[in-house]
Each structure stands twice: as structure tokens, then as C-alpha cells.
Design a protein around this ligand. Sequence first.
Ligand SMILES: [Zn+2]
Length: 76
Amino acid sequence: MSKRGACPICGRRSAGGSDLCDLHLRAELSLEEAYGDWSRAHGGSLPYREFLERVLELSETGWAVKELIRWRMNSA
Ligand SMILES: [Zn+2]
């Protein structure tokens, strides 16, 4: 069993089964779900990186999701 760590984005305690905290884990799940929808809408040809850039520009994107995207881009 590994010891519980801290979220690499905000430093809060990690949620179960992930390095991410509860908040950023939820952000990741909604991001993955959104990518599925966007990808289908683009005929399955939308690169993940481009998807992230587009979501980041949307004003309705939540701040937790934006933090997650910036972190992804920096660590990619
Ligand atoms: Zn976090």
C-alpha cells in the first residue's frame, strides 16, 4: 500500500486511487468526458492537446479544470 500523497496541482490531500485531490479528480473526469464528446463531434480526429487549448479559452470552463489543463500542459 502506498502512502497518501498530495495533489500535484494544489497540494491538498490526494483522493483515493489517484494523486489528484477530490476537486481536481472531478475536474479530470469531466474533462475526459468532454473530450469524448468533442472528439466524436470532430469525427474522432481532434488531438488531445488542441482540445485542451480550446477548453482553456472557454469562459464557462471552471477554474479547477483550467488549473488541471495548465498543469497537464506544463508536465506534458
Ligand atoms: Zn488539487
